[in-house]
Design a protein around this ligand. Structure first.
Ligand SMILES: [Cu+2]
Length: 242
């Protein structure tokens, strides 16, 4: 059983199935926390034990301890090596094992997210499931995804470096100009959560934020349809006005 000290204090609520990042964080917090407290106690105990006022022995000079130096180099090295191996599953789940379809093909992205100064442009492929065709849906700073499904997103940049950050989803991905990247997660709780840019990308970086909404598959389909109809309508009235 995991015991997470001050859970809810460090991280915002997790709304995805994969808890590996959280587990890793709390594991390292335990490790470093214990070492930190032990070092602190030792420091104060030494201050007290070797207090000059109550020790009248002459001062002895030392050139250090070879044995101790080897120990405090080797032990942290072993711990780091252990962490490097221990985190491999979490890394693979988050970055390497993209969800696949029944036929073994990588699951296509539900939407394309393009960062630009200073907004997130979302593009849904529409009924034909292909991007950059006439039935695509475009929205800005608003992303909807279905609950209890593996969601894959395509991440791109139109100008400079950004970072697509979904705190509640434990997702943070640098958005690199010229690179097409994919991220994935499985949301399990309805609601609206923050999308933020986590890479200083210019004067308007602070306002580069949006909202991601998790809803049932049914509500998601209704939203897609409704938003698409609104887009058609506004395009129609634009054409009328000309
Ligand atoms: Cu940005």
């Amino acid at each position: 059983m995991d015991w997470y000290p001050l859970e809810g204090h460090w991280f915002p609520e997790r709304v995805v199935e994969d808890g590996n990042i959280d587990h890793l964080f709390y594991f390292i917090l335990w490790l470093t926390g214990i070492v930190f407290i032990a070092t602190g106690i030792l420091l104060f105990w030494f201050l007290w034990k070797y207090d000059a006022a109550k020790n009248d022995q002459p001062v002895v000079f030392t050139h250090g301890s070879h044995y101790l130096e080897v120990m405090w180099s080797v032990v942290p090295a072993i711990i780091l090596l252990f962490l490097a191996i221990y985190q491999m599953d979490a890394w693979a789940g988050a970055r390497m094992e993209r969800p696949v379809l029944a036929n073994g093909q990588p699951k296509p992205p539900i939407a394309r997210v393009t960062g630009r100064q200073f907004e997130w442009k979302m593009q849904y492929p529409g009924e034909d499931q292909k991007f950059d065709t006439p039935d695509d849906l475009y929205v800005t700073n608003v992303l909807h995804v279905p609950r209890d499904e593996e969601v894959v997103l395509e991440i791109e940049s139109e100008d400079v470096l950004h970072s697509f950050f979904l705190p509640n989803f434990r997702v943070k991905q640098d958005v690199v100009p010229g690179m097409k990247q994919f991220i994935w997660f499985k949301p399990i709780k309805d609601g609206s959560y923050d999308i933020v840019c986590a890479e200083l990308c210019g004067w308007g970086h602070y306002k580069m934020k949006g909202q991601i909404t998790v809803q049932s598959r049914n509500d998601f389909d209704v939203w897609l349809k409704k938003t698409y109809d609104e887009q058609e309508l506004s395009e129609f009235s634009l054409a009328e006005a000309e």
